[in-house]
Design a protein around this ligand. Structure first.
Ligand SMILES: *Cc1c(COP(=O)(O)O)cnc(C)c1O
Ligand code: SF4
Length: 442
């Protein structure tokens, strides 16, 4: 068994709180009380020294995007070669954050515009994002909600939570509630218990999901008591956020095992970050370690267009190259979906290498991961079922009980048999505007 409290962690703990050392390191409240939030403390506990010039630049960065890192996460930094260290780069400010490019936005995903109730982002038909905490155990330097997370640490009060819950209750198409933040697991056990019970009491909510970085930055937060609470609200899914194999430690493994043993399906969302994990080999090792710990790689995100992230962005081609190196080369279970979260609030768009090379009326030409080009012969006699959405009269014996109610929209609607719609047209189409104007003149 790997030692969970190692020499380096002991040294860091001693520099912070000489009396407390061994007893408290694994107490998450102790970790939260000793979050490193300024450069002086950072220098003191890591032994890293910055020059005067570096200090001035860092202070300026901190004014805009504050620093906060748990002693645990900080203890993973290899201080001797810290400059390119993936843990350091994700947790410690860089003056490059001050560089704002023309395309950067404060809220690129339009989460605030798509918010019908406090904390709720309703973007997709059947599920909502519910922000229940603005607090994090660490402020990730690559955070897409960077502006907001650093702003004021505040926990929404019961009234605000209730308003969000009411919105969910009134909208029957919502079958999936995704708790997010900040980090939802920064709330107390009792408060989380209450929020989960409120959501679970809504009949049409089928699944609850929690997005948290706690297993990565503060694994001690996954206590037995917390896990007992979660178990009351199944089906409950958890998505965590590992970006680099170095983040998988004995403590983080232990926290994942606790969650998996409680029957919680685990997923992982990584962000592709220049200088941190923009390498097929690193990602492959990461996804292998994740599945070995019962975590299914879910998404690999292209870095968003939020302010202060310019230096972390890679070209999209890097992500495609990484996916190319995974599909076929390793277990399908270990391959995440690479997505771009569309600026302006369009949602996540999956990106893949191309496998379909060509096709005719009865054959498709494909290539595999080895570069072998192959064909698939399509059926000669496929009788499409004409669908008018009258499922009761359809030959496909479909039991409508509990079936999805929502209307078919988007490209799916164009594909429907019983719809007259033949095109989707942008609102500002000059040609159609002209038609309208001519009508007026007639
Ligand atoms: C990511 C996201 C979801 C969940 O999307 P899935 O693809 O179902 O995981 C829901 N709402 C918002 C606003 C999101 O950004
Ligand atoms: S844990 Fe998530 S929300 Fe919090 S700073 Fe990191 S990326 Fe942002």
């Amino acid at each position: 068994m790997q030692q969970i409290f190692n020499e380096k962690q002991k040294k860091i703990a001693e520099r912070m709180d000489a009396d407390a050392v061994k007893k408290n390191w694994k107490d998450w409240h102790w970790q939260m009380k000793h979050l490193v939030r300024d450069i002086d403390t950072f220098q003191k506990v890591t032994g890293i020294d910055f020059s005067e010039k570096e200090r001035r630049d860092l202070d300026e960065t901190l004014n805009k995007f504050p620093l906060s890192v748990s002693p645990y996460y900080l203890s993973l930094i290899k201080t001797r070669e810290y400059k390119n260290d993936p843990i350091f780069l994700q947790s410690f400010p860089s003056v490059q954050e001050l560089f704002i490019s023309d395309h950067d936005m404060a809220d690129p995903l339009a989460e605030e515009k798509d918010s019908p109730a406090p904390g709720i982002t309703h973007r997709y038909p059947d599920r909502v994002l519910f922000t229940i905490s603005n607090v994090c155990a660490m402020y990730c330097r690559h955070c897409t909600r960077k502006r907001k997370v650093g702003d004021v640490d505040f926990i929404p009060n019961r009234g605000m939570i209730k308003a969000g819950v009411n919105y969910i209750r009134k909208n029957h198409q919502i079958r999936d509630v995704l708790l997010s933040g900040g980090d939802p697991l920064m709330l107390s056990d009792d408060y989380l218990d209450w929020i989960l019970s409120e959501i679970r009491a809504i009949e049409h909510v089928e699944i609850i999901r929690i997005g948290t970085r706690v297993p990565v930055v503060l694994p001690y937060r996954i206590t037995d008591n917390l896990v007992q609470i979660f178990k009351k609200y199944h089906p409950l899914w958890i998505n965590t956020h590992f970006n680099h194999p170095r983040e998988i430690t004995a403590s983080s493994r232990e926290s994942l095992a606790k969650l998996a043993d409680a029957g919680i399906p685990l997923g992982n969302q990584s962000v592709l970050l220049a200088g941190v994990n923009d390498c097929p080999r690193i990602i492959k090792k990461l996804v292998h370690q994740l599945v070995a710990n019962r975590v299914r790689p879910y998404y690999l995100y292209q870095c968003d267009l939020s302010e202060g992230l310019n230096h972390f962005r890679t070209p999209v081609g890097k992500g495609i190259e990484i996916i190319e190196s995974l599909i076929g080369h390793t277990s399908g279970l270990a391959v995440p979906t690479y997505v771009i979260d569309a600026p302006g609030g369009g949602g996540k768009i999956p990106i893949m290498p191309n496998y379909l090379i060509s096709w005719s009326t009865n054959k498709v030409v494909l290539r595999n991961y080895e570069g072998v080009i192959t064909t698939y012969k399509e059926p000669d006699s496929y009788e499409p079922v004409f669908c008018d959405r009258q499922c009761e009269k359809c030959d496909l014996h479909f039991d409508l009980e509990g079936a999805s109610e929502e209307n078919v929209t988007g490209i799916s609607e164009l594909l429907m048999d019983n719809q007259d719609k033949i095109s989707l047209v942008p609102r500002s189409n000059e040609r159609l505007a002209r038609r309208e104007n001519e009508k007026v003149l007639e």
